[in-house]
Write a protein that binds this ligand. Structure first.
Ligand code: ADP
Length: 483
């Protein structure tokens, strides 16, 4: 197999910079692809955290980029082979990659991320001397203009193949039409990006029109986004390009998420020692101030508290959870009204409902190891990672039948239970009533220890690693690069 080179263009990558699941994917894929003969070099912005982590970098000569000088630094950090766009006028700012200290988008985000995409295109066309990638892989709207710049700059000349991956269609990179003048794309390239109910132009829409391939992070989400109901205004574009659109589910880092080796949990265990989870349940109940009741079905949630994640539905379904004898432990942060709703529920039902508002990796592991079920009632979910962690930890996922949740959890129907295939509880439609019904059903299954242990064991045996997804990406890249 000849090595195939991929330039992954992305605005965040774990463990360097993370605001969401995108960083997990961008951080994990390079190592997972190495055994497939695919070499990934990651191009990312030179935020302070990235500059600080970069060791022994080689600097390429500076070039003007949107009002300042920019150079590419080649090096590595935390296991990633990196090209870093060192452009202090765009990226030398502390804090969140997208938001200023006032929690609003940086006013020059169009230039910042058009700059990232333009740098990718320059590299793709050979700006770094002898090295050229076979494939440019642009993640989300922040990188999505890379195929547009590639096409524009290459004209009829040779250029690498391009793929845009949509990690969440809700984020489309809309800007006022006036930014067109600043970012150096010809009007015909930007016409493709115009319109929609937002007016202005969308970086994602532009990239989706011209990329050679489009992927998203699950097959069901790939279908959903071509419909008017879930296409978020871009469904006409996605329908037109359905022939090159496919879905590949994400994996999780199974070394980081391994209940047999996890140093953050009270008791370690594996598929053969599921009963040992009881110690983690007791620890979790103590940590959250819940009643120390080994028999109460303990529901957990690790989530952004938003409408997308159905956090409001979870609040509405609380009476059913309590009637079913359940307890709830939530770790999350997000919309103020939802945070307040959870705090109020905790105050009204001490010992039964508890929340920790915030972001806490250790507590996330402890919930996965100690909860009996993990609630994921998302209205839409491109892939979802928490249900994959739950499967691996024997916390039975209770999920909405949407996107990647539908693709990764097998509902505990009588047939699936009998066949040993059931791994969770899946509900539809995504309403509070259907969620409440699913909670009652899950509590019923929980009270049948033989059935419950079978569901847990099937989930823990499911392959949630990056191995199969990496193979699918490798096949895609090879098809794009001509074999
Ligand atoms: P998102 O749409 O938020 O990216 P995913 O399920 O794809 O949802 O990924 C969320 C990731 O962030 C998971 O790794 C999850 O464990 C983690 N996470 C979410 N909220 C919290 C939190 N409050 N504390 C710790 N980890 C969290």
């Amino acid at each position: 197999m000849r090595p195939l080179w991929v330039l992954s263009v992305v605005s965040e990558a774990y463990p360097l910079v993370k605001t969401g699941g995108l960083a997990d994917v961008a951080g994990a894929l390079p190592a997972a692809l190495a055994p497939e003969g695919v070499k990934v070099v990651t191009l990312m912005p030179g935020y302070p955290a990235v500059m600080a982590a970069l060791g022994n970098a080689v600097a390429h000569p500076p070039e003007p980029l949107f009002g300042g000088e920019a150079r590419i630094l080649a090096g590595s950090a935390r296991g990633l082979d990196l090209l870093v766009l060192d452009a202090p006028h765009l990226f030398a700012r502390a804090g969140n990659p997208y938001l200023g200290p006032d929690r609003r988008d940086w006013p020059d985000n169009a230039r910042r991320f058009a700059g990232l995409a333009l740098a990718a295109a320059r590299i793709g066309l050979g700006a770094l001397g002898g090295w050229r990638p076979h494939v440019v892989h642009a993640h989300d709207w922040q990188a999505a203009l890379a195929p547009s710049y590639l096409r524009h700059a290459a004209g009829s000349g040779a250029r690498p193949a391009s793929v845009v991956t949509v990690h969440n269609l809700a984020f489309q990179g809309w800007f006022p039409a006036s930014v067109a003048a600043e970012i150096g794309l010809p009007p015909e390239a930007l016409e493709e990006a115009e319109g929609g109910h937002h007016g202005g132009l969308s970086f994602l829409k532009a990239g989706l029109q011209v990329a050679d391939r489009i992927t998203t992070v699950s097959p069901t989400y790939a279908r959903e986004i071509t419909t008017e109901a879930d296409g978020m205004g871009l469904d006409p574009v996605l329908r037109a390009r359905a022939g090159v659109l496919s879905g590949i589910v994400n994996g999780i880092d199974t070394r980081e998420w391994d209940p047999a080796r996890d140093g953050r949990i009270a008791v370690r265990y594996g598929p053969e020692s599921i009963a040992a989870r009881g110690g983690n349940k007791a620890a979790l109940q103590a940590r959250f101030g819940l009643e120390a009741d080994p028999r109460a079905p303990l529901f957990g949630a690790v989530t952004r508290l938003t409408g997308q994640k159905g956090s409001d539905l979870m609040l509405e379904a609380l009476p059913s959870l309590l009637e079913a004898g359940g307890q709830l432990a939530v770790l999350g942060s997000g919309e103020a009204a939802l945070e307040a709703g959870l705090r109020a529920a905790q105050a009204a039902h001490p010992g039964r409902i508890a929340c920790t508002i915030g972001y806490d990796e250790t507590l996330a592991h402890q919930i996965q190891a100690g909860a009996d079920m993990l609630l994921v009632p998302s209205r839409f979910e491109p892939c979802g990672l928490t249900q994959l962690c739950a499967l691996r930890y024997g916390a039975v996922p209770l999920v909405a039948r949407v996107g990647g949740l539908a693709d990764t959890v097998t509902d505990a129907t009588p047939e699936a239970i009998a066949a040993g295939r059931a791994t969770g509880v899946v509900f539809a439609p995504v309403t509070a009533a259907a969620l409440a019904e699913a909670i009652r059903r899950a509590a019923g299954l929980y009270r049948d220890p033989g059935v419950w242990a079978g569901i847990q064991a099937a989930g823990m045996r499911a392959d949630v690693s990056w191995r199969e997804p990496a193979r699918a990406y490798a096949r895609l890249y090879r098809a794009m690069a001509g074999g």
